[in-house]
Design a protein around this ligand. Sequence first.
Ligand SMILES: N[C@@H](CCC[C@H](N)C(=O)O)C(=O)O
Length: 237
Amino acid sequence: MIVEKFTATGNSFIVCDILGSKLNDKEKSNFVLKNSKDRDGVIFVEKRDGQFFMDYFNKDGNRAAFCGNGARTFLYYLMKKGYVKEDLVKFYTYAGEITGKLTKNGVMIKMPASNMPQKLTIDSFSGFLLNVGVPHFVIFVDNVETIDVNKIGKQLREKLNSNINFVQVLDEKTIKIRTFERGVEAETLACGSGTTASAYVFNKSNLEKIEVKARGGTLFVHFLNDGIYLEGGVENV
Ligand SMILES: N[C@@H](CCC[C@H](N)C(=O)O)C(=O)O
């Protein structure tokens, strides 16, 4: 087993490489609860039916079907270890097949397709509920800095099995985001799927690229003919 630490625009992970061995779900959950104290989640690196597979667990020891920043980190790790040589990398998750590549801004991956956002009001907070591999509730606010993300995020999280995103529009192609993450049960410095969900709801003018400023760094969401792509940095720290 190889264990390394990474961050991806501030989203913090442990990569647990169990290629050639096997952990059952209980063993994975116990590993997560024991080791992810200062991290948002754990990325297990496996092979299933001969294909690379990312199994993601939030720090609370529960599996999530997908993690956008985690998937970018997974691709970076495969390349860094020399496990893959191709420019275009393919691997699998519980949210399906993911492809991606290294770019000048870090790592870019094609995100799972989003469902249709559902308009919803919870406790006077109106927003959009959608799924981009994992569920997200997106609320537009005037100023994200005035939001008590942990207090309100927790309040909404108790009524929604979802991550909670607070989004401020900076200009026609730029938004600012703060996210209360399910399974971390607190604000994280970035959330890739939350970034993608928020950009998707925001991008009514169908721009090709939305810039998303998270606390941990800047991410880009590209709207291309064949899907939505998430791009940003990965650091081995
Ligand atoms: N930070 C991740 C999301 C990880 C899973 C999420 N907390 C959930 O449980 O849905 C990302 O970058 O997408």
